[in-house]
Design a binder for this molecule. Structure first.
Ligand code: MN
Length: 268
């Protein structure tokens, strides 16, 4: 997927702060990001990023893309310090980690440092766009502990909590969801094909409710965006949002398939 395909030009664009020490990576990311953001500000290391963020409190950045390995101050340190400062105001700017290699445990370290999402280099334009769309403005004001929307991967505990800790109900509903999933997506496709805002509104609403049950906050946000657009009666950009939604489906369905296949619990 190209950046163009997932970016709805009618949506408001975020101010992006980008920290990266490699000039070549910087230039490439800059080109991609300029299509996505109304303003892209560059920092060469974590210390600079932190300073720029501090200076910009009045014209707040909307999102930070943070390289992990940088001289002076690395991405983890910079993020942790920024989160400390945010405690005073209760604000929460989405920080997306960008890393050269997905080392096992990297993602966990990023989340522990207060980062919200995770991208690997070389940056895939579609992934970048989807990540930024998911983060903006969806997670803008969420508290740190509520944010796992970007990775679209709730833990088993989070999933279970949605069903009152009852594995049987989760298993049953995961199975039903997977059965219904293709039909739900087909309905949206049909609405887009026939340019039918009413049908799109209903189909997106159904999708939103269904994924919401399973703590899929990223998908829920995307479906919500589609529903809002359909409500306006103007379908411009709807395909792009649907493409973003389609990208979010597979990883999630894999998780649900695992739960649906759990062996039956012993009767108590
Ligand atoms: Mn680096």
């Amino acid at each position: 997927m190209t950046t163009r395909q997932v970016v709805d030009q009618s949506l408001p664009k975020p101010n992006i702060l980008r920290a990266e020490d490699n000039p070549v990576n910087h230039l490439l990311a800059q080109k991609l990001l300029q299509k996505l953001g109304q303003l892209v500000t560059a920092a060469n290391n974590g210390r600079e990023a932190l300073q720029l963020w501090e200076q910009n409190q009045s014209r707040q950045f909307d999102i930070i893309l943070m390289d992990l390995q940088m001289p002076e101050m690395d991405g983890l340190q910079a993020s942790a310090r920024l989160r400390e400062q945010e405690l005073a105001t209760g604000a929460h700017i989405p920080i997306i980690a960008v890393t050269a290699h997905a080392i096992k445990g990297d993602r966990e370290r990023c989340l522990a440092a207060g980062m919200d999402g995770y991208l690997t280099k070389p940056i895939n334009p579609g992934e970048l766009a989807a990540t930024i769309l998911a983060a903006f403005p969806a997670v803008l004001k969420l508290p740190a502990d509520a944010v796992d929307a970007l990775s679209e991967a709730p833990s088993d505990a989070e999933l279970l909590a949605r069903f009152d800790g009852d594995g049987e109900i989760l298993k049953e509903l995961a199975g039903i969801f997977l059965q219904e999933c293709p039909r739900m997506l087909d309905e949206i496709r049909e609405a887009l094909r026939t340019r039918d805002p009413k049908l799109l509104k209903r189909a997106a609403h159904t999708r939103k409710g269904s994924v919401g049950n399973f703590a899929m906050s990223g998908q829920r946000e995307t479906a919500q965006r589609l529903e809002s657009l359909a409500k306006s009666g103007e379908l411009f950009g709807a395909e792009d949002i649907f493409h973003a939604l389609e990208q979010q489906v597979a990883p999630f369905n894999q998780i649900l398939a695992r739960h649906a296949a759990e062996p039956a619990h012993q009767p108590r």
